[in-house]
Write a protein that binds this ligand. Structure first.
Ligand code: UFG
Length: 338
């Protein structure tokens, strides 16, 4: 069966393409290459011995999206990753985020309405919960006012899909709310490739350890947590990627209970920034140069997932530990700097 993966050359997208191809799906990737490289195709091919079909397309082009679906009427499912994702950038340039993340979603859903099979997996984020009142966070925790335009595009995105499913019972969708994806494929053929200075913790750690950055700043140690640093649920990107295949199979097998469902994707375990650093130091055998600085605006104190719904209903569980994920991130960093 042919599956469209938008943003399939990006970090999570490329790992998901690998898992889809390993399960026998035929993958068509759309990517505008704004935050990814065509070289990722080589990595996917090296792992799976199969090169996915790739079309460079900007999903903001309604004509382009219409034309794409005219040529690919046999698509059985869409996994939609393509989106801008930098929180800080979205605060400074909100319209760029709304234009890209919302228009592309609407155009895709409009074109999918003509397909025989309307199965849609959406990349959402735990950012929709903000600072949740209760930990671990369950899927029915209230969606809090978004902290950033980026976060708002995820909330609005879910609403757009929910409304679409409400009026068209043949439309089936699952929104996957990611916690903090980290790490790389164990082969080190694909991984995260941040452009410029990394905003996220783990690429900043690995770039510091390899000597590209001088020092990691730990944003705040005065949070109400055991060691004072923020707590997150770091999930290995391969575990996360596999969940997309499970979710897709749920829709393809008509096993979904409602035509719009939401699942958290996390490990269920919270780790502090200092614990993440310790894990990295342990698996890499290096000492990380870091210092404590002030808090970063917009950071919540703690977020980790209640995973029961994904475990029982999706039948999916994470397999990798924080150490495994850190080790894979380090292998990847070393490989790309050779
Ligand atoms: N951190 C540092 N130093 C850094 C980078 C991060 O101390 O250089 C800390 C942050 O303060 C935070 C933790 O490491 O406590 C994780 O930060 P990340 O930037 O890696 O991840 P976030 O949890 O802030 O962001 C993630 C996703 C976003 C999403 C957000 C929702 O990357 O897409 O979760 O909470 F919006």
């Amino acid at each position: 069966m042919k599956i469209l993966v938008t943003g399939g050359l990006g970090y999570i997208g490329s790992h998901t393409v690998v898992e889809l191809q390993s399960e026998g799906f035929e993958v068509v990737i759309i990517d505008d290459l704004s935050n990814a490289s065509e070289k990722v195709l080589d990595g996917i091919e090296a792992i799976t011995h199969k090169r996915p079909i790739f079309e460079k397309l900007d999903l903001k082009s309604k004509i382009g999206v219409t034309d794409f679906f005219k040529r690919h009427k046999d698509i059985g499912g869409v996994i939609h990753f393509a989106a801008y994702k930098a929180v800080g950038e979205s605060v400074n340039n909100p319209l760029m985020y709304y234009e890209n993340n919302i228009n592309s979603l609407v155009y895709l859903l409009q074109e999918m309405a003509q397909l025989d099979k309307k199965n849609f997996i959406f990349s959402s984020s735990c950012t929709v919960y903000g600072q949740a009142d209760k930990l671990p966070i369950t899927e029915d925790a209230p969606v809090k006012p978004a902290e950033s335009p980026y976060g708002n595009t995820k909330q609005i995105g879910e609403e757009i899909i929910r409304d679409t499913c409400r009026v068209d019972q043949d439309f089936k969708s699952i929104a996957l709310r990611y916690f903090n994806p980290i790490g790389a494929h164990p082969s080190a053929e694909i991984g995260e490739l941040p452009i410029g200075v990394p905003q996220n913790l783990v690429p900043y750690i690995t770039q510091t350890a390899i000597g590209i950055r001088e020092q990691l700043s730990v944003f705040g140690n005065d949070y109400p947590t055991p060691d004072g640093t923020c707590i997150r649920d770091y999930i290995h990107v391969v575990d996360l990627a596999k969940a997309h295949v499970v979710a897709l199979n749920r829709l393809l097998g008509n096993k979904n209970e409602a035509n719009f469902e939401v699942f958290n994707l996390g490990t269920g375990k919270g780790s502090s920034v200092l614990e993440a650093i310790k894990s990295f130091e342990k698996v890499s055998g290096t000492k990380l140069n870091y210092k404590i600085v002030g808090r970063r605006e917009g950071d919540v104190t703690a977020a980790y997932a209640e995973t029961t719904k994904a475990n029982t209903i999706l039948g999916w569980k994470t397999k990798s530990s924080l150490d495994d994920a850190m080790a894979s991130a380090w292998r990847w960093e070393q490989r790309i700097r050779k």
